[in-house]
Design a protein around this ligand. Structure first.
Ligand code: ADP
Length: 256
């Protein structure tokens, strides 16, 4: 299964991603975590994005896209993944479409966690207060002023993705203001039972396909549109895939 979690900072993407990872055996690909790791290791990318991140702005598309392109090639991402924090702009979404198409895979769903901005600010302020009380280190961009900037970036650059994915017919909207277990249940309900297949498979051997088609023109014409229907195998594959997933730890929370 390949999912995107879409929602402003503090919407609960990380919390829900953790649960989905445990339940479906997917890997969580968080561009925020990857970029923070680059900053911590002071790599050339890290040095380039450090200030942007601290101000609450978005890092350049080309940097983020190349990080993701490299990451989804890794063997652990083959079974499926959850993208958390990516794409965040329309050009990133278009780049992701190209990446997936090239590999002959498709998104199963884009889950939008819809939340109220004022409540979000309170949520993050509480999170900061709790972490400070526990003596835990804060992220350098975890403060109300930078959060406001992150919300502006979301509204201006990321929110257009809602319409983008609605057009692709993969958008599922969930009320992110509900308690964590309820959000989790709504996400489970919104997930497709059959893994998605891309509209067209990658053409690896165009010549061979053309020859095969030429050999059976009548059969193909007789079957017409129905010939592209693929029996019940995707459902079986989904059932088999689900049965390998570990039990959910719903209610578990890293960051709200
Ligand atoms: P949030 O709590 O805002 O969801 P993340 O951990 O996803 O935060 O990201 C933290 C910061 O990393 C963002 O404010 C931004 O500067 C940068 N970042 C993460 N993902 C992207 C992306 N896809 N495009 C551009 N910048 C990104």
């Amino acid at each position: 299964m390949r999912l995107i979690l879409l929602g402003p900072p503090g919407a609960g993407k990380g919390t829900q991603a953790l649960r989905l990872v445990a339940k479906y055996g997917l890997v969580q690909l968080s561009t925020g975590d990857m970029l923070r790791a680059a900053v911590k290791a002071a790599t050339p990318v890290g040095r380039q994005v450090k200030d942007i991140m601290e101000r609450g702005g978005l890092c350049p598309d080309d940097i983020v896209v190349s990080i993701v392109a490299e990451r989804i090639e890794q063997p652990d991402a083959r079974k499926g993944f959850i993208l958390d924090g990516f794409p965040r702009t329309v050009p990133q979404a278009a780049a992701l479409d190209r990446m997936l198409k090239k590999r002959g895979i498709a998104l199963d769903a884009v889950i939008e966690l819809r939340v109220d901005e004022e409540a979000l600010l309170r949520r993050i302020e509480n999170r900061i207060a709790e972490m400070t009380a526990r003596g835990e280190p804060l992220r350098s961009d975890d403060n109300p002023e930078v959060l406001r900037q992150r919300l502006v970036a979301y509204r201006q650059q990321t929110a257009p993705l809602v319409a983008y994915y609605r057009k692709q017919n993969v958008l599922r909207t969930v009320n992110g203001m509900a308690p964590i277990p309820e959000v989790a249940a709504a996400i489970d309900k919104a997930l497709p039972t059959e893994p998605s297949t891309p509209k067209s498979k990658p053409v690896r051997d165009g010549a061979k396909r053309a020859t095969a088609k030429a050999r059976k023109p009548k059969a193909a014409a007789r079957l017409g549109k129905k010939s592209s229907k693929r029996a019940s195998s995707p459902r079986k594959a989904a059932a088999a895939h689900k049965s390998t997933g570990r039990k959910s730890k719903s209610g578990e929370s890293a960051r709200p």
